[in-house]
Structure formats: C-alpha cells, structure tokens
Design a protein around this ligand. Structure first.
Ligand code: ADP
Ligand code: MG
Length: 356
C-alpha cells in the first residue's frame, strides 16, 4: 500500500508437507516497533521468524520491508541482503574464536578496523554485561553467558531489524529480569525494529510495544499488552495471558465490558440462562473476610468458600469456590482460613468469544 510501513506480513503461509506451520498470518509492524510473537510451543513462531530472516521460503503471501518485497511465492531475497540480524534459540558461536572476536566478526566482515572496531565490540559486550570476558573462549562460558555473546554479536552491526528467537530461554530468572531491562534500553537507544519470539507471556508483556498471539499457525490477536490483558478476544487468549477466572453469566456479549451491577445480576441468574463467558481478573475482586462464619449474600456480593491459599510475598492468592461450583482466583493481603466463607464482590468483567 501507499503507507510507509516497517515490516509488512501479508497472509503468509508455510507448509511442511501436510502440516501448515504458519497459516495466512498478517501483521503490519511499524518502523522501530518492538513486537513479540507469543504462543505455545509448536504454534509456528520460529517458522515465521525464519521466513522473515530468509532462512525459510514462503508458500503463499508476501513479506515486505519498507515496501520492498523480500519474500512471496516467487520472490526470495537471501538473508544477507535483508539487513536483518537473527539470534537463534541455540546460539551458534565459533568455538575457535574469543568472545571479542565472535562479537566483532560481523563488523570485521564489513571492513571495520582499529579503534572504531574495538569500541563497537566493547559497547556490544557492555550491553550484555560481559565486558570482563572479552578474551575468554566460548567453552569457558556458562550457557547464559554464551547466549549473551550471541546477543552482542547480533547487536554489533546495528541491523534495521533484529529477530530474536527465545533469547532468554536458557537464562536464570535473575538474569532474565536484567536482560529484559537491557532489551528495552537497547531498543530505545537504537530505534531498531525488534521481532521477539517467546512462549512466555510475562516476558512478552514486559518487553513488547505490541504482541501477536499465535495459536496453531494462526494469528488470534494483535495488540498492545494492555489491550490483550484487558480486552482479550477469545477464552483461549484470556487463559493464556495473565491470571484470571472465566465465569458463565446471563448478560453481555463478546467484546463488551460488564460493570459490577450487570455482572452480579448475570451471575445470580438461573444456571440455564448463563451462556456468556466472562473474564474476571483478580484485581477486580474485592474480598471481605469479616463475615467469617455465615455470609448473607446481597445483590452485590457472593458467598464463597476458601479452597486454596498461596503466599506470593506481596499478596496471597486465593482459590475460591462460588455457589455455582465455579472457581475464582483472587488476591488478598492476608490469608483467610482454608474452608472459611468470605464475601466476594466483582467490580467488572470482560465478555469473551468462545474458541473455534
Ligand atoms: P514454535 O517456534 O512456535 O515452537 P515452530 O515454528 O518451530 O514452532 O514449528 C511449528 C510447527 O512446524 C511444528 O509442528 C513443527 O514440528 C513444524 N516444523 C517446523 N520446522 C519444520 C521443518 N523444517 N520440517 C517439518 N516440520 C517443521
Ligand atoms: Mg521456536
């Protein structure tokens, strides 16, 4: 189209024999956007990324970068002509080269030498907190350190699009948190377009400006993290992203928010009338434990039994059983007794589409 678009993916399909790994996937990625491809293992994330990089051809559809066609059924621009850099799930370092030589290799290939070269390598290593390891050989590093070397090597050549395939998957939790901040810093400083593959929804939400949620090769929702969290389209997306409970009510329709009064009315309707699935996030649940023995439910409260309590540091996570038999996940600042009754009020809910 006439719009200036960073990366345009239009109805791209990839088949391996009978199996469709990516199924008519379309995304418009703006220049400089940080995008996550999020979905469970096997949903086609790596395949989509490899098609962007040029390591895989496409069967149908087109991939365009700044209105230049990189891939279609009869076009295939080779990887080295795409100005993209990819970090693989299994980081491939050259074993006979030092960390610094591994990192500097892409810019050395382009003719960079001397102080400028040293500076580039130093900056890239600093970004992944490996300044002190420049002279080490890869086999003298831990798995996490090797992954960071692979990252530094990707970042050193200032690519216009950076493709990352689960780059933090092999790192411990503490380092992942540090690296999440590094990624955001890197993105802000370079302005590069980032496409980041992960199966981890908290990682995707922490990092990305926009998230493409994939299931079985298809795009199921595309939007900002806040939108996916607050307005998930389907029951499946709601279950995949964030914590929450899905309850049946007799009110509302998909894509609509139910305020407290309508939600409580819908929940109190007779069972046979409840046909709409509603997502209730834990932060929209108020709990009162003062009526510990016999709760007299009002129109704005439900009685619930405490079936599980988990301590999470800053809060307790409660599993509550509602009169309907449904369970509800709630947060609370203290731990009620197991088996006790609490009064629950729901501030709002979000109506979901059923899954296909
Ligand atoms: P993800 O990265 O989301 O885990 P992949 O893109 O690796 O998923 O794989 C998607 C599907 O395509 C899987 O069912 C996988 O087995 C299949 N697949 C991936 N690559 C190939 C290949 N080269 N040959 C055959 N099947 C493949
Ligand atoms: Mg993968």
């Amino acid at each position: 189209g006439p719009n200036i678009v960073g990366l345009s993916i239009d109805r791209v399909t990839k088949r391996f024999g009978e199996h469709t790994a990516v199924d008519e996937l379309s995304l418009e990625i703006n220049p400089g956007e940080f995008v996550a491809l999020l979905g469970p293992s096997g949903c086609g994330k790596t395949t989509m990324l490899r098609m962007l990089a040029g390591f895989e051809t496409v069967n149908e559809g087109t991939i365009q970068l700044a209105n230049r066609t990189l891939a279609s059924a009869d076009t295939h621009v080779p990887p080295e002509q795409r100005n993209m850099a990819m970090v693989f799930q299994s980081y491939a370092l050259w074993p006979h080269m030092s960390v610094a030589d591994n990192v500097g290799y892409p810019v050395k290939l382009r003719g960079l030498r001397g102080t400028a070269y040293q500076q580039k390598v130093q900056q890239a290593l600093a970004l992944v907190e490996l300044d002190a390891y420049a002279d080490r050989m890869p086999q003298a590093l831990s798995g996490g350190q090797r992954q960071r070397v692979a990252l530094a090597r990707c970042l050193v050549s200032d690519p216009s699009v950076v493709l990352l395939d689960e780059p933090l998957a092999n790192l411990d939790r503490h380092l992942r948190a540090t690296m999440e901040h590094s990624f955001r810093d890197f993105h802000q400083r370079t302005g590069a377009t980032l496409v980041y593959v992960t199966h981890d929804q908290t990682e995707a939400m922490a990092l990305a400006d926009k998230i493409a949620v994939m299931k079985a090769g298809k795009l199921v929702q595309w939007g900002a993290p806040e939108t996916l969290y607050r307005q998930p389209r389907t029951a499946w997306v709601a279950g995949f992203i964030g914590q929450g409970s899905q309850l049946m009510v007799a009110a509302g329709h998909p894509g609509k928010r139910l305020e407290s009064a309508a939600l409580m009315r819908g929940l109190n309707a007779i069972e046979s009338e409840r046909s709409q699935s509603v997502l209730v996030r834990p932060e929209h649940i108020q709990i009162s434990t003062t009526l510990s023995s016999s709760v007299a439910p009002t129109h704005s409260q439900l009685a619930a039994q405490v079936e599980g309590v988990i301590f999470r540091g800053e809060r307790y996570e409660l599993t509550l059983r509602l009169p309907s038999g449904e369970t509800l996940l709630a947060y609370h600042h203290s731990a009620p007794d197991l088996g006790s009754q609490v009064a629950v009020s729901l501030e709002q809910g979000w109506c979901l589409e059923p899954d296909q």
